[in-house]
Design a protein around this ligand. Structure first.
Ligand code: HEC
Length: 264
């Protein structure tokens, strides 16, 4: 198995200059016969979900992701959504933070200490949990909450953020993501204002990132794009990121969810 990986990676590097990265990822995926390393994150996430952890020695099996305590199947595609217990709209990671602090007794600092993994020694529980939860919605329709007043507000705020421009280059998300068939340094720039493209993109996150060797969540993707935009780094689990995710999810509503995916 390891050999195939090395071969695939070598090929990927050797030919990456010639063609668009998306073609290369497609080839890479084919070589792995549709196996996605994200499977390992999903398995670890499931174990973490069931493990009694934290000062209260509780598992997350009573955590309500929106469909009732402990229901994981189909929960991801309904997020972000309004949660009455916190009286606000949450994405999957904010919701996990709520469950980890209230049910397992972790402090906020403990729950968010490694949001993004950095290799074997600094693995992220969040990325694993999100991979597991997302995997349990595979094949289902993307259908975020859009009826509660706070859900509508969150969507409106997200839309404002998407089109808000500023910073040293006066970029907005829309600068790079509101026209089709654009590219930057061989990387396709998806048009996130177009339904079919938004569906395809939203459906694939969280995703195993070949270039990083990690499963990355939507929080990380957006954090990365705020950097592309030369904006200040957003706070992990902030309401602004949830609002932006809500905007993207609504753009993608009705699409078939298919994550964890695989990306450059
Ligand atoms: C300067 C251009 C630029 C700006 C501004 C920008 N992005 Fe991106 N975005 C990119 C590039 C380049 C990629 C692909 C990166 C890659 O493949 O590593 C990307 C990828 C993405 C993806 C994932 C696409 C996929 O293939 O799955 C999403 C979602 C996204 N951006 C959302 C946003 C949002 C939301 C904002 C505003 C906060 C934003 N981007 C701002 C350049 C930009």
């Amino acid at each position: 198995m390891k050999k195939i990986w090395l071969l695939a990676l070598a090929l990927l590097c050797a030919t990456a200059h010639a063609q668009s990265t998306s073609d290369e990822i497609a080839k890479y995926r084919e070589m792995l016969a549709d196996a996605n390393p994200a499977d390992l994150w999903e398995a670890r996430g499931e174990a973490l979900w069931k493990e009694k952890r934290g000062p209260k020695a509780a598992s997350l099996e009573r955590c309500d992701l929106g469909l009732g305590p402990g229901v994981v199947k189909g929960a991801y595609v309904r997020l972000p959504r309004y949660f009455a217990d916190v009286n606000k709209v949450q994405d999957v990671e904010q919701r996990l933070i709520t469950c980890m602090t209230t049910q397992q007794g972790f402090s906020l600092a403990q729950a968010t200490k490694q949001p993004f993994g950095a290799g074997e020694k600094k693995r992220s529980d969040m990325e694993a949990l999100v991979a597991y939860i997302a995997g349990e919605s595979r094949g289902m329709k993307i259908q975020p909450g859009v009826t509660h007043a706070k859900e509508i507000e969150s969507y409106e705020v997200g839309k404002k953020i998407f089109f808000f421009h500023g910073g040293p280059y006066d970029f907005s998300c829309a600068t790079c993501h509101s026209a089709s068939n654009k590219r930057i340094r061989l990387q396709d720039l998806p048009n996130l204002t177009e339904t079919a493209e938004a569906q395809k993109i939203y459906a694939a996150w969280p995703a195993y990132r070949v270039s990083q060797g990690e499963v990355r969540t939507m929080q990380h993707r957006l954090y990365d794009c705020f950097r592309q935009q030369r904006f200040p780094e957003p706070v992990y689990g902030s309401d602004a990121i949830t609002a932006l995710t809500m905007y993207l999810a609504k753009q993608a509503a009705g699409g078939d969810f298919n994550a964890p995916g695989m990306k450059r």
